[in-house]
Design a protein around this ligand. Structure first.
Ligand SMILES: Nc1ncnc2c1ncn2[C@@H]1O[C@H](COP(=O)(O)OP(=O)(O)OP(=O)(O)O)[C@@H](O)[C@H]1O
Length: 253
């Protein structure tokens, strides 16, 4: 089976002052893959992600989307073709849910089918007329996902999208995103602090430390890792799962 590269990072580097935040990262993201980017705070995950839609420009190297260097093209057009979801959602409170989703249409694209999008992200179509202020945090994030997909994006970038949500809502929205990823044939990159979430949602997990990718494996490979940075990160969810199983079995945790 041949795989097509949707996003390529070629020796990408970003510095802020003396600090090298992303350090010569070279990486191919296959079309249709769901990639989780994990690592401790400040390791450069968001910076790497934002170089795809040019919210951050690299100091060296190149990012390619569908083979074309993003630096050579029109940044607003690129951003409209890529769905971007982030923790604070960023809905306009004075606009209705429908207008928030259709905001890209105002920027010159076709008018999206808001009702269909709301259904796809697990909301009732009748929330379309409400203000985002009248929605829960989880519902707002679902609207954020609908907005990200309104322009028929084939790439979905998510930056710690569920960080502010309770675990049950987080789990449900994660599953919604995974289903949309499959149904729409998306290429998805999700930045998360949560290794458990990464293992359960993604089909490839990248671990970033100090601006470099130090582990790159499937969730199953990550879980089998005996040592190294991946092993340290999976130790937490693996240990929790084992302790909970012990509790369920009636033994001491
Ligand atoms: N615009 C900026 N100016 C200066 N330094 C920055 C800027 N953006 C990010 N940094 C620094 O770059 C480093 C990496 O930041 P980045 O947000 O990419 O990390 P991260 O791994 O996504 O962290 P977190 O998980 O906390 O979001 C941090 O030390 C951060 O302070």
């Amino acid at each position: 089976m041949t795989t097509t590269t949707a996003i390529a990072f070629e020796g990408v580097t970003k510095r802020y002052g003396d600090a090298t935040v992303v350090d010569a990262v070279t990486l191919d993201i296959a079309e249709g893959s769901f990639v989780a980017l994990v690592g401790t705070s400040g390791s450069g995950k968001s910076t790497l992600l934002k170089m795809v839609n040019r919210l951050v420009e690299p100091d060296a190297g190149a990012v390619r989307v569908a083979g074309a260097a993003v630096a050579g093209g029109d940044a607003p057009a690129l951003r409209r073709s890529i769905g971007y979801v982030f923790q604070n959602v960023g809905l306009f409170p004075h606009l209705s849910v429908a207008d928030n989703i259709a905001i890209r249409a105002r920027l010159g694209e076709g008018v999206p089918d808001v009702g269909a999008l709301l259904t796809q992200v697990g909301l009732e179509p009748d929330v379309a007329g409400r203000s985002p202020r009248a929605l829960s945090g989880g519902q707002q994030q679902r609207v954020g996902i609908a907005r990200a997909l309104a322009g028929d994006a084939k790439i979905l970038l998510m930056d710690e999208p569920f960080g502010a949500l309770d675990p049950v809502t987080r789990e449900r929205i994660g599953q919604t995103v995974r289903d949309l990823h499959v149904a729409r044939g998306l290429t998805t990159i999700m930045v998360t602090h949560d290794m458990g979430e990464a293992l359960l949602l993604a089909d490839r997990v990248l671990v970033m430390v100090a601006g470099r990718i130090v582990a790159d494996a499937t969730p199953a490979e990550m879980l089998r890792a005996e040592d190294g940075p991946a092993a340290a990160l999976v130790a937490v969810p693996r240990g929790q799962a084992a302790r909970m199983q012990a509790l369920a079995d009636g033994g001491a945790a």
